[in-house]
Ligand binder design. Sequence first.
Ligand code: GLU
Length: 283
Amino acid sequence: MAVVTRFAPSPTGLLHLGHAYAAWFAADAARAGDGRFLLRLEDIDRSRCRPEFEAEIFEDLRWLGLTWPEPVRRQSAHFDDYRRALTLLEGRGLLYPCFCTRADIRREIERSPTAPHGPDGPLYSGRCRALSQSERSARMAGGESYALRLDLEQALSAGGNNLTFHDRARGAIRCDPRPFGDVVLARKDTPASYHLAVTFDDDAQGVTLVTRGEDLLPSTHVHRLLQALLGLATPEYHHHRLLIGPDGKRFAKRDQAATLQSLRNQGHSPEELRAMVGLDRGT
Ligand code: GLU
């Protein structure tokens, strides 16, 4: 089976050296497997995405020498798909509406400072899980906004136990999404979350090998569970190292000096960048 990989940036800022590494890593893996490299725009957060960043992503990636099939998938064009997936989970009783505001959650955490922390921050207490159906309906009818959370324990017993996934660098990994607690699958302001959209799209696009930074390895446990619940294919994974900048920290969108745009303007060539990020010439 031909390998299909993808690079999936969010157009919320300029790409930096770490993105160049991730994009080349995905494209190299596709080439090594006689496969295809796809580009996807993860633009569900409409308040933070900007058309100018999107245009710059295309320009930067072309400058790096990458090509991809058009049209690229834009997550913002697929909210209906994500809604259908949520309806499916809801129909199985695996979701519940959460009316808590950020302030409610903060207050609760302050009250119990020893509450466990997960990869996305302090674990949600499950307060809204306990609401009765009539209370939920009344609050919805009253126009209160709500997020949708996965009832993790229900989800695990509905087919999410004994799951594994394979990481090229680490071998077989036993899936344990418990550190995330009742993860949010649809936010109050966005009808999908990163976890739901990315899992749905990797299947929809026939991605067979997900390559991404090792900071996202914990999230893969949630994605594997969602695959089992939604009947989606499980790709292979390769979580790669993260590039560290001269200050010893990971590159971030705020690091202006390491943006591909500024490196290009300073006269660096893509070949120099490949060497800088520790990849061979790859041609
Ligand atoms: N959109 C995510 C990011 O920019 C990438 C998600 C993924 O590769 O799964 O970090």
